[in-house]
Design a binder for this molecule. Structure first.
Ligand SMILES: [Zn+2]
Length: 61
């Protein structure tokens, strides 16, 4: 039985993939400690998210 070799041609696949773009991550400044953080992420330095402590960071105790 004859079968198609591939669903889409290589050209069609590559043309589709030209629209896949790498995005630059948005950078904000932490309201608690002032270090640059990515949006929608807990601050890596102090563990705060939207003004509240989200995760406990190891303090110098
Ligand atoms: Zn912070």
């Amino acid at each position: 039985m004859p079968n198609p070799k591939r669903r889409f041609s290589k050209t069609r696949t590559k043309k589709k993939r030209t629209h896949y773009k790498a995005t630059v991550p948005q950078i904000a400044v932490c309201s608690n400690c002032g270090t640059p953080v990515r949006y929608h992420r807990v601050c890596d330095a102090c563990g705060y998210y939207r003004g509240k402590e989200a995760i406990q960071k190891a303090q110098t105790v």
